[in-house]
Design a protein around this ligand. Sequence first.
Ligand code: SF4
Ligand code: SF4
Length: 439
Amino acid sequence: MEAERYRERGRFFLDASMKRGLEEQPFLEVPPPPEVLVFLRQHSGPPGKLVVQEGARVRAGEKIADSADPLGVPVHSPVTGTVLGLRELLHPMSGKLELAILIRTEDATPPAHPEETDPETLSPEEILARVREAGVVGMGGGGYPTHAKLRSGQGARYLLINAKESDLNVACDVRLLRERPAEVVAGIRVLARVLGEPQVVVATSTPPGGIPQFERLAHGNGFRVVRVRRSYSLGSERLLVAEVLGIEVPLRRYPPDVGVVVHNVWTAYAAGQAVRFGSPLVSRGLTFWSRASGGKNLWVLVGTPVRHILAFLGLAEEQFSRFVLGSALMGWALPGVDTPVVKTTTGLVGLERAELSPYSRPLPCMRCGYCDQVCPVRIYPSLILAAVEKKDIRALQRLHLEACIECGLCSYVCPARILFTPLLQEGKALLLAPALAAR
Ligand code: SF4
Ligand code: SF4
């Protein structure tokens, strides 16, 4: 039986009942929508430029935008159809207005699978080029370009595969391990080859017997599978590295600086498909959750609007007051149901009209200290809150605000129902302001 509560720091427990039964739901394939909206930027890096004209007919899997920037990643059309033009709408990763390409679907046939290439016959440079060309990015939510992360991690001691799935509303990692274990293992082999054959460690919270085929294949390839306690905050890369490998990642440094490269299982899967078959990243699994429907694991084309997903599930748009894209605790509230799925979308939560935001009427801080006790990176959100209000940059530096992983646990435990995330982001912007002004 799955744990219904996750134990966090400071002896706080997180209600994990959303997760109940989620891992048992097989992926349902959502058919292509009549129109897809594909953002020019699907990762944490600069947006690409359109490489097709308005009115052009594009094939499924054809490149539609690219960038020459080292952190640029191309995007591809998920369908065969006609480019109707560019639209500006709020991006679910940045929360800002960004450009997306509108394509009318005319043929729903997925891109053809070319003959398989054996990754062992390719050099690391050839593999990196294939990963970039396929538009592979970190699919656990961060969206960092995978080719760049792999390049900076070459020679690492460890490749840590995050299959832990910390978010309460998401089960698509476990489903992938259950439904496509051989493809994930082949993808991990590809990543390990580029990195120079580090020790591969797979971190999972799935109880023994939950992913038997994957574990058998993983052990057969010499990977170490480590069971990690169910915890929400261990979704953070640096906390996971400390928990699994006992290696601390210092502040302002990254896991590759201490010889560790962390990738999500979906990234491994997508990299494997890219290198073996030249398949661009145009679809992914995600978990939809609402009180009415329960949890559903869905296989969805990138660019599919939320409206189409609701129609597929037979749910009326009007019954929801808002939607959160990604993690229930960390995700973005969507501006509307036209927002499309991007490469980093792990989940989608539909909140019903009755479920009003608990943060709509905050009280003044009552100095209970709960937020400080639960913070997984051991900073002091209550003091940071006061420093942000005073715009006290020195205090924010002293309080190490930059270590905040925006996990949302401080808001979760706060009896005054203070929503920290926007304030923490405001504080981070204050910290960055002097550096930006000096440029
Ligand atoms: S959001 Fe930041 S400050 Fe709040 S608990 Fe998480 S890491 Fe700590
Ligand atoms: S949990 Fe809320 S009320 Fe308690 S100290 Fe933190 S901000 Fe103040």
